[in-house]
Design a binder for this molecule. Structure first.
Ligand code: ZN
Length: 136
């Protein structure tokens, strides 16, 4: 059953790990013509947001050695780091994930960038993609 205010699950953003933000930003912004959206830095990463309709591409550059994005790039090279899905009911969605035996990184929602409640699911449960769930 869906609530009257239900918006449905949507792609909020795709996080791409990059070594050099200044080097790749002109491709997305100027060549593809995606409007830049100002975002706070988070989790030891500088973040540039680029609008793709209602979704964003987020370029994530490590701010320091040993940060999560730095470790990701060291291990796997630059590339898609995570996909963020907006869900109507984060608590309910997390509860359904738990009930289904989905391995969680965040057992409880926490505050992410822009003050939104988020929770990460483990890639082993999601076909190898780190999934971030976010509330509208
Ligand atoms: Zn994200």
């Amino acid at each position: 059953m869906t609530a009257p205010t239900s918006r449905g699950t949507r792609i909020a953003h795709i996080g791409i790990a990059v070594r050099d933000l200044a080097a790749i930003l002109p491709f997305y912004r100027d060549v593809l013509g995606m409007p830049e959206v100002l975002l706070d830095d988070a989790d030891g990463a500088r973040i540039a947001g680029l609008a793709a309709g209602e979704s964003l591409v987020e370029l994530l550059e490590p701010e320091r050695t040993g940060s999560p994005i730095d470790k990701f790039i060291e291990k796997r090279g630059p590339g898609i780091h995570h996909v963020c899905l907006n869900v109507d009911d984060l608590d309910g969605t997390l509860a359904r994930c738990k009930a289904a035996g989905v391995r969680l990184i965040d057992e409880q929602p926490r505050l992410g960038a822009e003050g939104k409640r988020i929770a990460f699911l483990h890639p082993s449960a999601t076909a190898g993609v780190l999934v971030e769930l976010s509330e509208y």
